[in-house]
Design a protein around this ligand. Structure first.
Ligand SMILES: [Zn+2]
Length: 83
């Protein structure tokens, strides 16, 4: 009378995947082709009307900007900033 546990939706994971960094494509700055990115933050003002605390809040959103020219690639932008 054992219950059958269905494993549907669970993907088998291959334990032997090795990733060779040389095979990976670099993400480069869309402006200057730089490869070094730095984490920075954008801040959003959360109005008191929608804030869970009922008070205005500042919410930090992490983004990555090019260390050379400061450009933020479109792919790094938070969804809310995409056009
Ligand atoms: Zn750049």
């Amino acid at each position: 009378m054992g219950k059958e546990i269905r494993m549907d939706g669970q993907q088998k994971q291959d334990q032997n995947i090795t990733i060779n960094a040389a095979d990976l494509k670099d993400v480069v700055c869309s402006e200057c082709k730089g490869k070094i990115f730095r984490q920075a933050s954008m801040f959003k003002r959360l109005s008191a009307l929608v804030s869970p605390t009922g008070k205005e809040q500042i919410v930090p959103i992490p983004v990555f900007r090019c260390d050379d020219c400061g450009n933020i690639n479109e792919e790094f932008l938070p969804k809310s900033e995409k056009k």
